[in-house]
Design a binder for this molecule. Sequence first.
Ligand code: S3P
Length: 444
Amino acid sequence: MNNHIEIKHTIKPFHKSIEVSSDKSISIRSVLLASQAIGKSRIYNILESEDVINSLKAIKKLGINFKKFKKFYEIDGFGINGYNTNKKITIDAGNSGTLARLLLGLLVNSKKQIKLTGDESLSKRDFLRVTDPLQKFGVNIETKKNCLPVKITGSEFLRPIKYNEKLGSAQCKSAVMLAALKTPGKTIIEAKKSRDHTELLFKYLKIPIKISKTKKFDLIEIIGPSNFKRFDYKIPGDISSSSFFIVLTLLSRNSKIRIKNVNVNNSRTGIIKILNKMNAKISLKNKKNYRGELLADIVVKSKNNLKGIDCPENLNSSAIDEFLVIFLVAAKARGVSTFRNLSELNKKESPRLEMAIKFLKMIGVKFIRKKDNIKIYGNPEISLRGKYTISNFRKDHRVFMMSCIAALSFGGRWIIENKDSINTSFPNFIKLLKYLGGKINWEN
Ligand code: S3P
């Protein structure tokens, strides 16, 4: 068995300050938008993970040059009609749903057919959710049973659409926003709440966008076509990557951590709201605004009186990538935790609700699952002694990292396969665990 790690000891108390990897969502959005700007944009502190590298490779295939400097990537855009789509090409999005879906939005004016492919995990994910609205702009899209490969041929005669986004998917919303950028007239999107990095970037870039918010939905109006100028952007830390360290600290003994300069945009901080309702007392320090995004240091201390939660459904989308680690906290909290309507969890790099269930069963945590709802019966004394192997999880980076946190917090002897999965979003993950004192072994 190659490429696996072993963990045999829980982590000793730590008091540390760290920086996690840069935000993946914003890195991909910055690369794609810079590739459509007029002039040379500079993206500082970009996340150098596989999903982002695949985004850079994708724009390169579309004729956009970029250069890596010591502190930034320079991306040389020619405006919203600047992609070279004069010949049929294939673009491989690797593992990244964000890249694949957002890029489709930018290809609505391609001249020739562009084929989009992905790895085994991405090829199992639903693309109908994005091809359906994009088709309404007047483009031609073929899918293989609603999945990748997707073939898109753009149109010279795009027409604006009215789109009701009901899943709470930022990827679908953003794909339509990017298509609207190229389409003459007013595109109107009524979107269930989801992360709003694309909206904030549009505003910063002075792209004509109007947003009105109600409790559950955002009404977004974009007037296209709209070119925009080159820009500079410095990517902050990723709260999804931070979540592993937040939970490790909470579940460990006598420990404290400060995670510096993280994006704590309200549409991403569901994990903090949920854990604070469970008595975690996580605080945000040094808050500042950067290009419309809220940044802060996240400060967390160990807690031994965590309690169960009846998780409000309206927090689901702002914690969507963090539920695996939130379930670990529920497993150690006093009392029952209830989470509802998690169908979107099964639409990720692996079917994460199914993975969570398999995992909780394996470590002996009591739960009841009914359809997309789960009740977890916590045990503050949880302590594991058995042998556990984590395999067959479609190389899902977040399943791998959650398993490491469980091993370092709850004990037991663990073998966790597919170490390389972390390269998708958080290449420094194991290095940081070791920096905190985690004992992790592998053979090269
Ligand atoms: C993302 C949106 C979410 C999230 C994914 C990144 C984005 O997916 O799970 O990791 O960058 O827009 P959905 O839009 O499918 O909910």
